[in-house]
Design a protein around this ligand. Structure first.
Ligand SMILES: NC(=O)c1ccc[n+]([C@@H]2O[C@H](COP(=O)([O-])OP(=O)(O)OC[C@H]3O[C@@H](n4cnc5c(N)ncnc54)[C@H](O)[C@@H]3O)[C@@H](O)[C@H]2O)c1
Length: 462
């Protein structure tokens, strides 16, 4: 019997896709919209207001043209925190939904909403986005949008069928250096793009053994899966640099995991012998390295490295025919004709020169001073970030929320679409498959079904 993914590939290969592919017997009716009807005020419902969700809810509450009218969490106290946050800001008090893990479905069905935004644990993201779109609402989700290829396809097909946006909110794409690099790439500073290296290198061992917040769910993934579980912080900006789904696309990838030692050692050191989080075996390789190749010949290395002692990094290395730059541990460049030919040099002057116009706006208008509590004042006990760029993170987050809200208000295409969400998230299952098969190459699905050839680059580019 053909797997669902293989069945789709077969149908596309035989040209039957447009006519016959259906999910739940629903034919594909239309393409995902590039625009929607403009709307002066947006009504938003939020699902999952823990560490990250409460920060996004704070962003939305700080926006003049947004009414956060509903909030859903399995914990009533989290809903109450959001209600109190709204009250403090003099905004509408959102209706609370806290009757269990599927109560977001009731919220999506009952509430009159333009957008449903979720920051739940990973396994709920697809379900919330599907419930939103199937009830006529646009969807936004924290990363990743899905952890299986089948779910990626379901989201693409539901977005196309309902005509609703489904955006995966990758805040790193909006961070200052990443946006300046995007500007450099677009303006040709590096010449033709050849190679990138990025990733999520962040010691989060402590998060996985906590008995609150991410500790309740993140470690389960590390105990059950082996691959790149969190690819999009590194891959999102690289996908923008290389115009993925907009002139180029990921063609195939290979992935390799090291052995897994970090979490077992950490749990043994910090937890009592009979603790369930110590007794279980963590199988996700401490360092996972994937290599992707695009149709246009760009090579990309993406790493996932969260279970060993190490400083935070996303690498963010970009190399082209004119030179190379690297984001971590500090921003350095080597550009032919502009810097020493064989040495890294500090890239501050390039960051200043290529600062993205959106970031100039952030620093010169009230946009840069969101009224919500910063992430250093977490609602969830003890959930303080262990790396520094709180300000950068807050403003990158604010910008991503602001951009999506403004796109919906104006009825224009958001910076991300469902194809980006599916493509970037697909790395999780593809890496797991490759790791399980001695790093065998995995074909990337073309979620755009050929539209990558004619789609224009992300409009955020200037
Ligand atoms: N982009 C970033 O920089 C960044 C940073 C941190 C977390 N995240 C992402 O945000 C998401 C949430 O992470 P977090 O750290 O806030 O986790 P968290 O555990 O602190 O918050 C999750 C919240 O969802 C609630 N919840 C769980 N299941 C639910 C359900 N079925 N319906 C409604 N509510 C439910 C929980 O009670 C909790 O309040 C994850 O996808 C994570 O990867 C992204």
């Amino acid at each position: 019997m053909l797997r669902q993914q293989d069945r789709r590939q077969f149908l596309r290969a035989t040209g039957l896709a447009g006519a016959a592919v259906s999910i739940g017997a629903q034919p594909l009716l239309s393409q995902q919209p590039s625009s929607s009807a403009p709307k002066e005020r947006l009504r938003v419902g939020f699902v999952g207001v823990g560490v990250k969700g409460s920060a996004h809810a704070g962003n939305l509450l700080a926006m003049e043209h947004v009414d956060l009218v509903a909030v859903c969490d399995i914990l009533e106290r989290q809903c109450e925190e959001t209600q109190q946050q709204a009250e403090r800001l003099g905004k509408i008090i959102p209706t609370a939904y806290f009757r269990g893990t599927r109560d977001f479905e009731r919220m999506c069905a009952e509430e009159d909403l333009d957008l449903v935004y979720t920051a739940t644990p990973w396994k709920w993201h697809t379900r919330v986005c599907l419930a939103a779109m199937n009830n006529g609402k646009h969807a936004a989700t924290e990363i990743p949008v899905a952890i299986t290829l089948d779910d990626c396809w379901k989201l693409v097909e539901t977005s196309e069928k309902t005509g609703k946006h489904c955006c995966m909110m990758e805040n790193v794409n909006y961070m200052r250096n990443e946006m300046a690099v995007l500007n450099m790439v677009r303006k040709g500073l590096l010449g033709e793009l050849i190679h990138c290296e990025a990733g999520y290198m962040h010691d989060t061992r402590w998060l996985k053994i906590n008995d609150y917040g991410d500790g309740l769910w993140l470690g389960d993934h590390h105990a059950q899966r082996n691959g790149n579980l969190y690819p999009t912080h590194g891959l999102g900006p690289v996908a923008w640099y290389s115009n993925i789904n907009r002139g180029d696309r990921f063609e195939y990838m290979v992935s390799m995991s090291s052995k897994a030692r970090g979490m077992d050692l950490y749990a043994a050191k910090h937890l009592p012998e009979d603790h369930p989080k110590r007794r279980r075996k963590y199988i996700n390789g401490d360092v996972n390295t994937s290599m992707l190749r695009t149709v246009n010949g760009v090579s990309i290395i993406i790493k996932h490295d969260t279970d060993l002692p190490r400083p935070y990094s996303r690498t963010n290395l970009v190399q082209g025919t004119r030179g190379i730059l690297r984001g971590y541990p500090e921003f350095v460049v080597c550009i032919e004709g502009d810097t020493h030919q064989h040495k890294w040099e500090p890239g501050t002057k390039f960051l200043d020169e290529y600062d993205h116009p959106l970031w100039k706006e952030v620093n010169s208008t009230p946009l840069g001073k969101p009224k919500h509590a910063p992430l250093t004042e977490p609602i969830v006990k003890g959930a303080v970030w262990h790396y520094d760029p709180v300000r950068e993170l807050r403003n990158g987050d604010f910008l991503e929320d602001y951009r999506y809200v403004e796109a919906l208000r104006k009825g224009i295409a958001p910076d991300f679409d469902v194809y980006d969400a599916a493509t970037w998230s697909a790395v999780t299952e593809l890496s797991e498959r490759s790791v399980a098969d001695r790093s065998a190459p995995q074909e990337f699905p073309d979620f755009t079904r050929g539209k990558w050839k004619t789609n224009s680059p992300v409009e955020i580019v200037v």
